[in-house]
Design a protein around this ligand. Sequence first.
Ligand code: ADP
Length: 477
Amino acid sequence: MKVLFATAEAWPLAKTGGLGDVAFGLTRALAELGCDVRLLMPAYPGAAEQLEGAVRRRQVPWADGDVALIEGRLPGTDVGVWLLDDPPLFARVGGPYATAGGEAWPDNHRRFLRLSQVAAALAAGEVLDWRADVLHGNDWQTALAPVFLRGRGERPATVFGIHNLAYRGLFPAESYARLGLPAELWHPEGLEFFGQLAFIKGSLVFADALVTVSPTYAREIQTPAFGWGLEGLLYHRRDRLFGIVNGIDTDTWDPRSDRHLAARYSAPDDRARAANRRAVAQAVGLDAGDGPVLGFVGRLVEQKGVDLILDALPRLLAAGARLVCLGAGDHRLEVALRAAAQQHPGRVGVVIGYDEALAHQIEAGSDLFLMPSRFEPCGLNQLYSLRYGTPPVVYPTGGLADTVVDVDAHPQGGTGFHLAASDGAALAAAVERALAHWQDRAAWHAIQARGMAGAYSWEASAQAYRDLYREVVAERG
Ligand code: ADP
């Protein structure tokens, strides 16, 4: 199975969010399954220096002048990498999509049209002596690729990954003609989206299969509440829309070997938990004690439901809990969290910023992990907390619904707690319910053990992707 994985970011070469982790974890796992996976990404400054293997530059002819591909291997993997080296477009100081100040690059439509065109040509075998069975594009930056392959008899099958539907790659209508896109596709059933060009439609309309990062999110995005105006199209394509839950990096997130922890453990262990709880309490200025600690780690944005935690706070504290929050994001939420910490010294600890070590410590040192997201395509933190024996309290949406089983609904299989509604009262009720179970240590250990025993590695996800590739290739005959 030959797969070209086209992406705008891949850890450790370039990363702004979850796509970067998926690009690394999934391609590595596919290669371990024996797939011939090649990853295509722009040559942002510094990316080529991180490649492994025999790195070489290959000049390839292109309609408007040569482009070059820098060839190498993704660090620590068998994944081949081609970096698209087009300096006027990609050799810029700043982020992959925006300036250091956060302004989107004004020519993003040109930059990612180029990436999509090269992806299509490489996959079709027009550039090098390698041809893909499957072109796997991701998010809007590579979404136009299937447009350049459509109507051909001989072509690779196309799969498109939706990691964040909120970003649709919208540009003014004027850019359409300037990009030289086919005039016959300028209509609502093509690339037009309410008078604008939407890159993402290139794949939502033309890819052979669409995959998002959990089965529940795949259903939710067919509805107005989650669909960003694309729900009708996604509903129309529902027979070709699949959900495959992401894996996690089980080496980095392993309570048996995690060097960030005060105490490591391989099974539910009250003494290790107490040592980790003490370390977190000390790090964020919480009172000492054996009472329960509730943890939160995440971007401080509306999506994550931080305001629900603040609404529920009086009841959480009345139940005897302490709260630790780590995150950065919206100023309003940062201010509100800081105010809560000031109002409840010793009971609420808040750290504003990005702190990898503290994130690990909170996963291991809390008794419950709070994740009341309003929507969550997949979510990683609830998977980390399951693996760390810290039952998550979640609103059952998207990947949270698919990965956390409610203890009261499923006494024999439960791993966490579901909110009955998306509000602070429901969060407080779920935490109170969880703390009642927490009092019963034997029952609690059983809940922890079930979560810790789950399979969260990339292997199972990669197998599901490989099965899907086989299916779409077979369909093309
Ligand atoms: P999203 O991709 O929507 O931000 P996920 O739960 O899928 O949410 O992934 C978030 C990732 O970022 C996790 O690895 C989490 O630990 C990490 N993270 C988020 N905020 C912080 C922070 N302030 N400090 C450390 N790690 C963080």
